[in-house]
Design a binder for this molecule. Structure first.
Ligand code: HEM
Length: 318
């Protein structure tokens, strides 16, 4: 009897710790030793074909984590009975990279069936994208599982808009348990990728905290009257658009932030000193960014027996 109750206590403890399991860098070491190399080569091929894809994959991880946590909810397509997040205002006509993720998932499934989650693929692809574009590396914590639901309403409410002022940017990240330092460092992701005219039009025409020559040059391809040129693109970092470096912060020092929200980080407020530090010190930025993105990757993961390992990233298992 004593040993039986001892055993059931052990089982209970094991179950409890599985349910509250933390992410771990070695999660797939035994179950899928080739997972990380498979993802890395998929990302490298995609970025070699189109540098911007590195930016798009990094942003997917962000838009995943800020809605229900890092659970690959952003990847779920709409169906007749299910509305996903892709139609949310910050996502519609904007987030990209789904085909790349689907291809990587197919390659990972081929080496390890139903073992590696789509949420983990997004986290690893974000890291590999940054590295492929010359940025710092970090150890990705793993063991996230995939959601069976998505939230259009949370995607609309919780993803920050480019019209936000500093206080609301700080609040949007605090809402996810991230600090102001994390927010400033993660915004450095805007050192790569592009934005549409409709997202920076108000900044270049209405704001005064913008370099006037910079604003003039952007207006040529972003007419004042919507919908003219709404989807025309401009690089978020005009200096080195396809290199993950600290040029974003130097742009802010010369009032060349593309988005209203970008320039808010250096606008006479509490984050000015952090921006100046990252602008002059690449190592300080790299260290802050890698810390912050690990923090972001820890937002409310599903672990243990929660959720599922999707077979296809775009749909819940049937
Ligand atoms: C601080 C609040 C943020 C706001 C308001 C914001 C807003 C935006 C907007 C409006 C765009 C352009 C979308 C378009 O025009 O189609 C964009 C692009 C992008 N964002 Fe953010 N973002 C923020 C933070 C982040 C974070 C934390 C990351 C990643 C860690 C990130 C990564 C990116 C990347 C890489 C792109 C370019 C994507 C591409 O070229 O496909 N952003 N963001």
């Amino acid at each position: 009897m004593a040993s039986a109750s001892c055993l059931s206590l052990l089982v209970l403890v094991a179950l409890a710790s599985a349910a509250s399991a933390q992410l771990s860098s070695t999660f797939y070491d035994t179950s899928c030793p080739n997972a990380l190399s498979t993802i890395k080569s998929g990302v490298a091929a995609a970025v070699a074909q189109e540098a911007r894809m590195g930016a798009s994959l990094l942003r997917l991880h962000f838009h995943d984590c800020f809605v229900q946590g890092c659970d690959a909810s952003v990847l779920l397509n709409d169906t007749a009975t299910f509305t996903g997040e892709q139609g949310a205002n910050p996502n519609a006509g904007s987030i990209r990279g789904f085909n790349v993720v689907d291809n990587i998932k197919a390659q990972v499934e081929a080496v390890c069936p139903q073992t590696v989650s789509c949420a983990d693929i997004l986290a690893v692809a974000a890291r590999d994208s940054v590295v492929a574009l010359g940025g710092p590396s970090w150890t990705v914590l793993l063991g996230r599982r995939d959601s069976t639901t998505a939230s259009l309403s949370q995607a609309n409410s919780d993803l920050p808009a480019p019209s936000l002022d500093l206080a609301n940017l700080i609040a949007a990240f605090a809402n996810k348990g991230l600090s102001t330092t994390d927010m400033v460092a993660l915004s450095g992701a805007h050192t790569i990728g592009q934005a549409q005219c409709q997202n920076f039009r108000a900044h270049i025409y209405n704001d005064t905290n913008i370099n006037s020559a910079f604003a003039t040059s952007l207006k040529a391809n972003c007419p004042a009257a919507s919908p003219n040129g709404d989807t025309n693109l401009a690089p978020l970092d005009t200096t080195t658009p396809n290199t993950f470096d600290n040029a974003y912060y130097n742009n802010l020092l010369s009032q060349k932030g593309l988005l209203h929200s970008d320039q808010q980080l250096f606008n006479g407020g509490s984050t000015d000193n952090t921006v100046m530090n990252y602008a002059s010190n690449t190592a300080a930025f790299s260290s802050a960014f890698t810390t912050a993105i690990v923090n972001m990757g820890n937002i409310s993961p599903l672990t243990g027996t929660q959720g599922q390992i999707r077979l296809s990233c775009w749909k819940v298992n049937s």
